[in-house]
Design a binder for this molecule. Structure first.
Ligand code: AMP
Length: 398
């Protein structure tokens, strides 16, 4: 797959619309608590400034229920951009009303206009044609740098691309990096290729599991989803998270792994608790001995050691999903141990998914990973082998 990239098209002096992902976490006072997503958009923005472009930035933020709900305004983003870029950011009052279109048309080289939250306009998530066309009318060039929403057919992600020819639209630096990384890892990994899959449910990652099994050499399953597999093998897992209806699928996945010679690892011990509660009484048990009304909320130390051994010879590691309920300290240990094992390996390590990215920050291993993907859903769809709607329009050749 060859992507049209920003560095390969002529943007000099042009008006450029950049779809960013500024969906950052904020506290109740609208303070940005982690501006990583804003900082990672700066490469593309600065490149446009250096090329004398006038720049229109657009992003969604949260899920406003009504237009112009103040707590979803992008004003705090404009402030942070101003601090980071040390230049004025013109803040639009809306998305595509006449005053904003007028400001966009008067924008001079080097100037930046930030549109209000795209989701203030209900047409955004509906991929509304009129909205897409108005957004497109603001610029000569369209750049997508929002990996996190590229799996969504939204007006600013998909609809808008129809209004630009292939030499006037491209992936920004961040999007290109994410797509290339995942493409390489899924299609030409250095072997042994080991995938660690965790998180809550099998259902959310079923397609990804089906697509991964034929590609990897080993697969290590942790988190809540492990219990559906354990149950499928006949273990009594108490009140642990089990998707009964997916037991046949779990059996199929394990059979497929066996047929293909893929080594399939499941937990051998877990931290079980009386309730899904940070204060619940918990104890360490083997998977053979989970008490009737208890639930497994983390992998145990024997499993962490087993996974560590299995990772020993890996040359590529793809990790998606925590090993336990990492949000509660009591059930964070298993994920921490796996995180350290991944971080200290010599493999190319790719961490995908919002929770897992958050987790490696908590464990302090963030800088040791080769690549941390910013988009959870989007990275999962890439692993599933899908072409993301927002990327499809930017592909030069398959
Ligand atoms: P996902 O969005 O599917 O990647 O799942 C992430 C969530 O899975 C996190 O919020 C974890 O708390 C949760 N999780 C991990 N392990 C378990 C478990 N054993 N039981 C219930 N939830 C879990």
């Amino acid at each position: 797959m060859k992507l049209q990239e920003i560095k390969n098209i002529d943007i000099a002096g042009k008006k450029v619309f950049i779809r960013c992902d500024f969906n950052v976490p904020m506290d109740e006072y609208s303070n940005i608590t982690d501006d990583r997503r804003i900082r990672s958009a700066l490469n593309t923005i600065r490149y446009c400034i250096d090329n004398d472009c006038s720049i229109i930035l657009a992003s969604h933020f949260g899920r406003p229920k009504e237009p112009f709900e103040e707590k979803y305004s992008l004003k705090p983003i404009a402030k942070r951009l101003h601090t980071l870029l040390k230049q004025e950011i013109k803040m639009a009052k809306n998305v595509v009303q006449d005053d904003t279109l007028a400001t966009a048309s008067e924008l001079q080289a080097g100037e930046i206009l930030l549109l209000e939250n795209l989701r203030y306009n209900p047409g955004e998530t509906k991929n509304d044609e009129e909205l897409a066309s108005k957004l497109a009318s603001m610029a000569d060039v369209y750049i997508n740098d929002a990996f996190g929403v590229s799996h969504r057919a939204h007006a600013s992600v998909e609809g808008i691309t129809k209004h630009f020819d292939i030499n006037s639209k491209a992936a920004g630096f961040l999007l290109a990096k994410e797509i290339k990384f995942f493409h390489r890892i899924v299609h030409e990994p250095k072997r042994p290729f080991v995938s660690i899959v965790g998180g809550s449910k099998v259902s959310g990652k079923l397609e990804a599991l089906y697509n991964l099994v034929p590609k990897v050499d080993k697969i290590l399953i942790g988190g809540g989803m492990a219990f559906t597999f354990l149950k499928a093998l006949g273990y009594e897992v108490g009140n642990s998270l089990v998707e009964e209806d997916l037991i046949p699928e779990a059996v199929k996945i394990m059979e497929e792994a066996k047929t293909l010679g893929v080594k399939f690892y499941l937990p051998v011990d877990v931290v079980a608790a009386e309730a899904f509660d940070a204060e619940a009484i918990a104890k360490l048990v083997t998977v053979q001995e989970i008490p009737k009304n208890w639930m497994g909320l983390d992998i145990g130390p024997a499993t962490a050691q087993l996974f560590k051994l299995a990772l020993n010879d890996a040359n590529t590691i793809l990790w998606n999903g925590p090993m336990g309920v990492y949000e509660m300290d009591k059930f964070l240990k298993g994920s921490t141990k796996v995180s350290h094992a991944v971080a200290s390996s010599f493999a190319t390590t790719v961490v995908g998914g919002g929770d897992t990215a958050d987790l490696v920050r908590v464990t302090g291993d963030e800088d040791e990973m080769t690549f941390i993907s910013t988009g959870g859903g989007a990275s999962l769809e890439l692993i599933e082998g899908k072409v993301l709607p927002g990327v499809k329009a930017l592909v030069l050749e398959d």
